[in-house]
Design a protein around this ligand. Structure first.
Ligand code: R5P
Length: 283
């Protein structure tokens, strides 16, 4: 199998190739003078089994993925891994006249098989033209938290939507877990209320699928600290960390931010490469 990493997932593709005991394929990425994207796969992949790995946090990354898929037309088999899929939160029409953006994008991804990782809304998988599967990084996140050796940790989901994730992260590791109640007032303002929770004196790890603006987490951290929590950490699968999210979180008093390399950030402390490698081994 040939592993090709797009511009947003070079490290993750390299780590996945290493986990499979192979060298990643080199590609060139550039721009034309007018700003349009150029890429070239620098190896013959004709009649090969190919796996592309490319997250799509930006529109340019999405274009690169479409270009890579097109450049692989001669491959015998094409698997596409989208570790972080941008627009996945736009999974329904919130107002008349809106597109279902996640569907619009999924429909363009023509491959023998697509893998996502902790996609925000699983129903998006139905919109890919071919088979699509969502991989779950919860176990890896749980093992990483376990390795921090925190005293008396309490894992908390910032809202009921992340309850399933925090439960799976805690599974088999014996962590206590709970969730908060969130009311969203606007795009980046939320109010958090406690559920049945006593975080006093506990080292808390807030767990969510992604941190975007950091609004959800900043409010949660402030609320937990005002209740007397000890250190408050954040663990997420996708460290989007848009705008000044990291600063916001440190201002709110977070001890540390832990994410995976579905997005390559300074906070990407653990790799989902073993998850992807295992899925590819099973093909
Ligand atoms: C929402 O349902 C997600 O699970 C996250 O809680 C949300 O996307 C985080 O967004 P932000 O960091 O902007 O509050």
């Amino acid at each position: 199998m040939k592993i090709i990493g797009g511009p947003a997932s070079q490290l993750l593709a390299s780590r996945t190739a290493r986990a499979l005991g192979i060298e990643p394929v080199l590609s060139e990425f550039n721009r034309f003078p007018d700003g349009e994207l150029y890429l070239r796969i620098a190896e013959d992949i004709e009649n090969e089994r190919v796996t592309l790995i490319q997250s799509t946090p930006t529109d340019s990354d999405l274009v690169s993925l479409l270009q890579l898929i097109d450049a692989c037309e001669g491959a015998k088999e094409l698997n596409v891994v989208i570790p972080y899929m941008g627009y996945a939160r736009q999974d329904k029409k919130f107002k008349p006249g809106e597109p279902i953006s996640a569907r619009a994008i999924a429909r363009c991804i023509r491959a023998d098989r697509v893998f996502t990782i902790n996609i925000h809304e699983k129903s998006v998988l139905e919109h890919f033209p071919g088979p699509a599967e969502n991989l779950d990084a919860a176990k890896l996140v749980g093992e990483y938290i376990s390795g921090l050796n925190l005293e008396n940790p309490l894992l908390i989901a910032p809202d009921s939507g992340a309850e399933g994730l925090v439960k799976r992260v805690s599974s088999g590791l014996g962590f206590d877990y709970d969730h908060l109640e969130k009311t969203r007032l606007s795009g980046d303002t939320v109010v958090i209320k406690t559920k049945n929770l006593d975080a006093t004196g506990r080292n808390v790890v807030l767990v969510d699928d992604m941190i975007a603006t950091g609004g959800t987490m900043a409010e949660s951290i402030k609320m937990l600290r005002s209740q007397g929590a000890a250190d408050v950490y954040i663990a997420c699968v996708h460290p989007v960390l848009a705008r000044n999210a990291a600063l916001r979180l440190f201002n709110a008093g977070v001890k540390d931010i832990l994410g995976t390399d579905t997005l390559e950030r300074a906070e990407s402390r653990l790799s989902v490469a073993p998850l992807i490698a295992d899925a590819l081994k099973g093909l």
